[in-house]
Design a protein around this ligand. Structure first.
Ligand SMILES: O=C(O)C(=O)C[C@@H](O)CO
Ligand SMILES: [Mg+2]
Length: 390
């Protein structure tokens, strides 16, 4: 079997969107601009879909959401020529070929995200070629079904956040991730507002359910050191991305500072990136995203690394490309789950792009033994709302 063509299309959402509230989520730009200006830096309203066709007529589907137009250019100009004509079963060789050919300017960030999209499509082909789901090629079923945590609860009116949490508590979720809305730029008033949101959610979900706290790189070391002691009483499952991804020593200091586990990894890339995080004990929970980190080829290696370090893997964002990794390793206790929602920040856009994404039931995701490959196809129902760029 040989790879015949690589097609990368950008799907730009032109359908209705829900405007995000002010201070809906602290983020790395907060330290620079007023919140109103930082919201524009935080959108996922386009997605690149990669379709790889083999000479035997199999088509594999991959995807990338980070900087999708740039990812497409990298795939078209650099990666496609490196894999066309080769056997997809030589996936390690092809991964190294893409990684080393772009190493001078790639290694992390958008080049690795582009490699991820191609690698996902290759693994989709591998599963389809042997009529097996991808997780069966990685280690098989390690769980009857995958526990998942409800992930949204962007900062807004506290009673609206409580109503949202109650709605999904009633649907059987036992773990919830909320977003802080404030950081260092918002002074002591922001500290109080951050604590109010945690208090409000604990009122709804109690202490028999997990609560995860998301900073999305919007704090800094000094602010996080002030916040951690104030948060301990709320027993969070983890505090996520308190500082920017490059501040690995800051992560490590925070991770040793309190009883609150520090999590991160959705903005880290490649096996060596996670080796550094683990060697420095920078995180207590690893959260790579398989469509960023280097695809399934890289994520599978990182799963083994995390197993060796006894650090749990809870991949970022849910979605099928991550569920196969969670299912195939005991190192992953659960997955993230973005519910079906109107298009807002855009994390939920994949629901409008793909068929095959599993809907959580009572806080669990199920994968079928009988659906080959990744199990996704391009959804026809909303295509009219997308402008596609070939
Ligand atoms: O889901 C996450 O962990 C993200 O970082 C997504 C982004 O929406 C901020 O939470
Ligand atoms: Mg996150």
């Amino acid at each position: 079997m040989k790879i015949k063509t690589v097609r990368a299309r950008v799907f730009e959402w032109r359908g209705p969107t829900v405007p995000a509230q002010a201070n809906f989520c602290s983020n790395a730009m907060d330290l620079l601009y007023s919140p109103a200006e930082t919201m524009s830096s935080f959108r996922f309203h386009a997605w690149t879909v990669v379709e790889i066709e083999t000479d035997s007529g199999l088509v594999g589907l991959g995807n990338v959401a980070l900087a999708p137009h740039i990812a497409k250019a990298i795939i078209d100009q650099y990666l496609a020529p490196l894999v066309i004509g080769h056997d997809p079963w030589d996936y390690e060789y092809l991964w190294q070929r893409m990684y080393r050919a772009t190493h001078a300017w790639g290694r992390k960030g958008i080049a690795m995200a582009a490699i991820s999209a191609v690698d996902l499509a290759i693994w989709d082909i591998l599963g389809k070629s042997v009529n097996k789901p991808v997780f069966k090629l990685l280690g098989g079923r390690t769980k009857e079904k995958i526990p998942c945590y409800y992930s949204k609860l962007y900062r807004r009116n506290l009673s609206d956040m409580q109503d949202e949490a109650q709605k999904f508590l009633d649907q059987g979720f036992k773990a919830f991730k909320m977003r802080f809305g404030y950081g260092p730029a918002h002074l002591q008033e922001g500290v109080r507002e951050n604590l109010k949101s945690v208090e409000a959610l604990r009122e709804v979900i109690g202490y028999d359910n997990d609560l995860m706290l998301e900073c999305y790189m919007g704090w800094n070391l000094e602010y996080a050191k002030r916040m951690l002691p104030k948060l301990e009483r709320y027993e969070p499952r983890w505090l996520e991305e308190p500082v920017i991804a490059d501040d690995i020593d800051g992560y490590a200091e925070l991770n040793q500072l309190s009883q609150i586990p520090i999590s991160g990894g959705e903005h880290e890339f490649g096996l060596y990136g996670f080796k550094q995080l683990l060697d420095k004990k920078a995180v207590s929970v690893v959260q790579y995203d398989t469509n960023r980190v280097g695809g399934i080829t890289a994520a599978h290696k990182i799963n083994a690394l995390c197993e060796a370090y006894s650090v749990p893997v809870v991949p970022h964002a849910g979605q099928m490309h991550n569920y196969h990794l969670s299912m195939s390793t005991l190192a992953s206790p659960m997955s993230e789950y973005f519910p079906v929602y109107d298009v807002e920040v855009g994390n939920e856009l994949f629901w409008y792009l793909f068929d095959g994404e599993p809907i959580a039931e009572q806080g669990f995701i199920q994968l079928s033994d009988d659906v080959p490959g990744l199990g996704l196809s391009i959804k026809q129902e909303y295509l009219e709302h997308f402008h596609t760029i070939e």
